[in-house]
Design a protein around this ligand. Sequence first.
Ligand SMILES: [Zn+2]
Length: 112
Amino acid sequence: MHILEQSECVSKVPLGQATLLQVQSMEKLLVNIMPLIRILIIIAIIWLLIHLFRQYRERREEHHTNSRGQNKISTHMVKCAQCGLHIPEAEAIKQGHSYYCSQDHQAESREQ
Ligand SMILES: [Zn+2]
């Protein structure tokens, strides 16, 4: 009984009522906001997934271009200084700044 009286006293106080109203309106606000928060969370998750997927794809593309670049270097064509034939740099015989398609042409250019 004593506790009930006390709570009645509190409810009679205008300030107590005001806070109670505030709490109720806060609850209403939360109930109204909850679907919005859920939508925001879903959007955030979708955005995060898209962001992660893009990052993953960019990394893969970077890796691809890197390997392509390495391929370019290995299949880089050079011109024989003797006959003008284009051959892969890896197969060419390099002498100074000149490339030769064969040892014969390298020897011929030396003779000249
Ligand atoms: Zn040649």
